[in-house]
Design a protein around this ligand. Structure first.
Ligand code: BGC
Length: 770
């Protein structure tokens, strides 16, 4: 890394105020600095700042950047992503600040999605903790590690609401609810950015994918989205807005179209909603290659794509280089005014200024710092704690779990001693060799106190066509040299000799995430066969699931004694799973995405509408909104999750049942731990409004509290509710509340609630004169 000579090189462009070691000051200083710099830039250099190159450590699209160093040296790149380590970043940054004409440092982007090297559970798993403070901490740790490794910008948080588990990227978000999604979006932005982006251990966040990406038709990735604005505002946009309110530095457009216009050409979205309505003042970058993909989408040729994106408000072009190639020509032809290019360039330079890059382009990143701050025992401990909290106990008949720390266990399944899948599909810089398998975790937890018999039982996937597709995507699924029957027989023999069977089954991580849509969302067939054979032994079977989406699990739910959903739990997954299996931690996770009974029910989500013909449970009545062949209800609803202990809820008590204007309502419930284990319950508050100017959801989450409870302990849990919590978008798309009757529901799952009604008026109703 060429660090000497940096300061003299920078002096040519840096205003005296920024030669001070102090972090950059207020807006006036920043404006003066950026004005001074931009006055010296050619049009080509300004356009260069709008170009984002991929260095090729990881690639997620058809294009790959070429000639990177040359472009950096010539000021033709504002940032590079898919690069990390102090040496690799140092080399590129040095080219930018020492060898380019104006010495402008680079943004260094990377997909730090759920941890950098210490990998936390996948975001869907993280959301099941219902613990924004812990999620914020995970983002803080990720930022510390990634910045120590040279990164200054992360493409996270991903806040796309999703109601369709066929979509593989449901793994990357916080599930189906806008309220919870918004809390998590805020927490992650705070965690990454801290309170001062200029600190050397903060990362600039990038909220994505703007917008509505999770609503891809039929759950097929990148597919069309056509959605009313009312639905978008009500259910899909709040988490993006929350990230903006939390001060997110950048926003990434999505790869889909919205109501006929691709997101990256969507002026309504980027300029009207994001900038004008929400006041976003950072910069907008496209997703991978999104600008040039607008040609296939049907918007025109490449120059047209560049023009549309620029006019819509996109500042930075990821990988496609359409800006680099066509903006100057578009300017000459009078299609794009220079002011637009200036505006976009200014936003990129401002981001660099806020990150302190003009003071220290390397942000104090050295090999020594990377060694000291990455994968520390404390970081691993945090990963273990978050993993424990993210697991959801779906079933536990006759208290099969927790297991005793004695006797014999048959540990079976292709994921039982796996480490590669534990990190999920966005492992990015994560190293699976540093991950703890379930087998190792169990051995760490019980040593020789428990006899553990092992058998793989089945391949992860037997279907050769699927294996070939995944291999083409870069994921090689190992195939055992034995025949499926040999593996099965071994597993059955092992199970027959054990007290309990622990079957670790699920998806491969490559079956989840980007470009990983599925139309059947059950366990792969070979694993289902294994599970049936294990159940047939008559031994109690504990199913430990690893997967990135809600699965259809009807057979499993009927026949397995216990089911523990562990998602892809990250670096410490194996230890955390053992903690839960043996009762060192009582599971407390709650689902944030509905588990359907059948793919035909999708989209299925808790905050649906009532319809004019709601089904009231009478199977003999036909003309209601229902299926003939499957229940309307999901297998496992939003908010659901068991613990080893049990909780009981008292009735909802309201401080008043007739409220006016800005009064505050207190809604309380007594929650008691009625079981044997100390645990934590996520108490959920939902509100419904049976009549309004637009039809409302049957209920909407409006609050939650995690409450620790000792066995036998009761606590009164109180929610404060103000008119702010009653607001929704009306037909004019105004966000307001309407007076009327409301129902307050409190409970431990969206489908197990205690309720109480009330009336809330705008003004006091005058007393009737006699
Ligand atoms: C994904 C984004 C990601 C980007 C950069 C794209 O394919 O959709 O989520 O941030 O690649 O790696």
């Amino acid at each position: 890394m060429k660090r000497t000579g940096l300061l003299p090189a920078l002096i040519g462009v840096i205003m005296p105020c920024c030669l001070h070691a102090a972090p950059p000051a207020g807006d006036a200083d920043m404006n003066a600095f950026v004005n001074h710099l931009m006055n010296r830039m050619t049009l080509e250099e300004k356009i260069g700042q709008l170009n984002l190159l991929s260095a090729g450590f990881g690639v997620t699209g058809p294009e790959i950047s070429t000639d990177i160093e040359n472009k950096v040296e010539h000021g033709l790149a504002g940032g590079v992503f898919n690069v990390y380590t102090p040496s690799a970043v140092g080399k590129l940054q040095s080219l930018a600040v020492n060898d380019s004409r104006l010495h402008i440092p680079l943004l260094i982007g990377f997909d730090v999605i759920h941890g950098h090297k210490t990998i936390f559970p996948i975001p869907l798993g993280l959301s099941c903790t219902w613990n924004p403070a812990a999620i914020e901490r995970s983002a803080r740790i990720a930022a510390t590690e990634a910045t120590a490794d040279g990164v200054n910008w992360t493409f996270s948080p991903m806040v796309d609401i999703c109601r369709d588990p066929r979509w593989g990227r449901i793994a990357e978000g916080a599930g189906e609810d806008p309220y919870l999604g918004a809390q998590i979006a805020r927490a992650m932005v705070r965690g990454y950015q801290g309170d001062d982006l200029a600190r050397s251990n903060t990362l600039m966040a990038c909220v994505k994918h703007f917008a509505l990406y999770g609503a891809a038709e039929a759950g097929r990735d990148y597919n069309t989205v056509d959605m009313s604005r009312l639905k978008a505002y009500q259910y899909y946009l709040p988490p993006y807005q929350a990230a903006v309110e939390a001060g997110v530095g950048s926003v990434m457009t999505s790869l889909n179209e919205i109501n006929g216009v691709p997101a990256s050409a969507n002026h309504w979205l980027i300029t009207d909603v994001l900038r004008k309505q929400w006041g976003f003042n950072g910069f907008v970058v496209t997703d991978y290659d999104a600008v040039s993909e607008m040609t296939d989408a049907g918007m025109g040729d490449l120059p047209k794509d560049a023009e549309l994106a620029m006019k819509a408000g996109v500042d930075m072009d990821m990988v496609s280089e359409t800006y680099l190639k066509y903006l100057s020509e578009l300017f000459t032809r009078g299609e794009i005014p220079e002011s637009m290019i200036n505006q976009a360039c200014r936003r990129i330079l401002e981001a660099k200024y806020k990150l302190g890059l003009f003071n220290d382009p390397y942000r104090g990143c050295t090999e020594a710092r990377a060694r000291a701050e990455i994968l520390t025992p404390e970081n691993r401990k945090a990963a273990r704690e978050l993993a424990e909290q993210s697991f959801v106990l779906l079933k536990n008949d006759q208290q099969i779990l927790p297991l005793k720390k004695s006797g014999t266990i048959a540990l079976v399944g292709p994921l039982a001693d796996d480490r590669q899948n534990l990190l999920g599909s966005w492992r990015a810089a994560g190293d699976w060799r540093r991950a703890v398998s379930v087998e190792a975790g169990i051995s760490n937890a019980v040593g020789s106190a428990v006899t553990v018999l092992h058998a793989k039982g089945a391949n992860l996937i037997d279907d050769p066509a699927l294996r070939a597709t995944l291999k083409a995507f870069g994921e090689d699924i190992p195939v055992d040299s034995r025949s499926p029957q040999q593996m099965l027989s071994e597993a059955v023999a092992v199970a027959s000799n054990a007290d309990t069977v622990v079957a670790v089954l699920g998806e491969s991580s490559g079956m989840t995430g980007e470009a990983a849509s599925r139309s059947h969302i059950g366990l792969p067939e070979c694993q289902q066969k294994l599970l049936r054979a294990l159940v047939k032994t008559g031994k109690p079977v504990v199913l430990v699931l690893m997967n990135g989406r809600p699965l259809t699990l009807n057979w499993e739910a009927e026949h397995c004694g216990a089911i523990l959903e562990t998602w892809f739990g990250g670096t410490e997954a194996g230890n955390a799973i053992a903690d839960v299996l043996f009762g060192d931690y009582d599971p407390s996770g709650k689902l944030t995405a509905t588990f359907p009974r059948d793919v035909g029910q999708i989209p299925i989500y808790y905050n649906h509408k009532n319809t004019g013909r709601p089904y009231a449970g009478d199977p003999g009545y036909k003309y209601v909104s229902r299926y003939l062949d499957v229940s309307n209800n999901p297998l496992y609803p939003f908010g659901y999750g068991l613990s080893y202990t049990t909780f009981s809820y008292g009735n909802v008590e309201l401080s008043q049942t007739n409220l006016t204007g800005d009064e505050t309502l207190l809604a309380s419930v007594d929650v008691t731990n009625t079981g044997q284990y100390a645990s934590e319950e996520t108490v959920q508050l939902y509100v419904s409004q049976p009549a309004a100017s637009v039809t409302r959801s049957v209920e909407d989450l409006r609050g939650f509290q995690k409450v620790p409870l000792q066995p036998g302990e009761t606590r009164k849990v109180t929610f404060r509710i103000t008119p702010e919590d009653l607001k929704f978008y009306n037909p004019e798309l105004e966000y307001d509340w309407e007076p009327g009757t409301f129902i307050i529901h409190i409970g431990g799952s969206s489908s197990q609630l205690k309720s109480a009604p009330l009336i809330w008026n705008r003004q006091a109703v005058p007393a009737q004169s006699e």
